[in-house]
Design a binder for this molecule. Structure first.
Ligand code: GLV
Length: 324
């Protein structure tokens, strides 16, 4: 017998798609189906599995009176109203740890691509310009002597910092609190961090508290040699302010894996050759996505079989399912 009726939001990772039907009765909805969700089905649903395709907000939660758990595919869960879930006694889980090293690898790759213009250099070769015009121009920036400022020194931020140390970078950070277990230089304001470094690595989660915090003032503090890398959430950067700062030389360049309105990327960014753009691939290998998928499945099985989630988020620190 199925353990529960589960609402799957959009299409999930192949491992999740294969595993969930072995244990649960699956119902699938897209963003456009929320308003017309059948109330009788809404009553039966006790779990959600999903990524960012459909927001788990007051509207959807209001249609699921018996919901117990939201198993989010991804470490970032800004598409889930976790505070409201907490108030309603609904457990939210995410997929931390299993993706940290992969995202950190991507972050370093993106930083190197941006600083040394590797994407543009490759385009130069592919376009036959090495033959017709000669060598790709020397890059204005070098990673040597760069100072890295990490916005959001969590698990992924620390994995990035360890790698950056191996590249000889001096490391500073800003976050809500100073962390006693690291030797990196702490700044209690983001502008203070931007003033002290020339390379800003954004790893902060999305949501209301970080919306647009990398703004015109921060970019100006970073300065004309400044490079911004973003592997956190697009919403953390004021995108129009970034476009302007890149256009008028307030900063040098940017490497972006995340955007405000994915998959839409502003045409102004696509038109700039000094910007490296990736389609949100931070964790996107089969290995890591399967590890994340397995954690989604384990959270749901843990909840319904043993009454315990594996990785509940901070807003819903529920370690036990209330039975009956
Ligand atoms: C990816 O963006 C994630 O939050 O895991």
């Amino acid at each position: 017998m199925a353990l529960a009726d589960i609402l799957v939001l959009g299409r999930m990772n192949a491992l999740v798609e294969e595993e969930l039907p072995k244990h649960f009765t699956i119902h699938r909805i897209g963003r456009e189906d929320v308003a017309s969700l059948d109330p009788a089905l809404g009553e039966r649903i006790t779990a959600i599995a999903g990524g960012a395709h459909v927001p788990v907000d007051a509207e959807l939660l209001g249609k699921l009176p018996n919901l117990e758990i939201v198993a989010n595919f991804g470490v970032g869960y800004d598409s889930v109203d976790a505070r409201l879930c907490g108030e309603k006694g609904i457990c939210v889980t995410n997929t931390p740890e299993v993706l940290s090293e992969e995202v950190a690898d991507t972050a370093l790759g993106l930083m190197l691509m941006t600083v040394r213009e590797l994407g543009a250099a490759e385009r130069h070769l592919r376009a036959g310009k090495w033959v017709s015009e000669g060598p790709y121009p020397l890059t204005r920036a070098s990673l040597q002597n760069r100072t890295l400022g990490i916005l959001g020194l969590g698990r992924i931020g620390k994995a990035i910092a360890r790698r950056a140390e191996a590249f000889g970078m001096d490391i500073h950070y800003h976050g809500r609190t100073r962390q006693d277990d690291v030797a990196y230089t702490y700044h209690d304001t983001l502008t203070g961090l931007a003033e002290a470094v020339d390379t800003l690595m954004v790893v902060a989660p999305g949501g209301a508290s970080t919306k647009g915090i990398v703004n015109a003032e921060v970019l100006s503090a970073l300065g004309p040699e400044g490079i911004v890398i973003n592997v956190g959430r697009g919403t953390v950067i004021d995108e129009p302010a970034l476009v302007k700062a890149l256009q008028d030389g307030t900063i040098l360049s940017a490497g972006l894996d995340v955007f405000e309105k994915e998959p839409q990327v502003p045409a102004e960014l696509i038109a700039m050759d000094n910007v490296v753009l990736l389609p949100h691939v931070g964790s996107a290998s089969h290995l890591t996505r399967n590890r994340m998928g397995q954690l989604v499945v384990d959270n749901l099985l843990g909840w319904f079989n043993d009454g315990r989630p594996v990785t509940p988020v901070a807003e819903t620190p529920f370690t036990r399912r209330k039975q009956g």
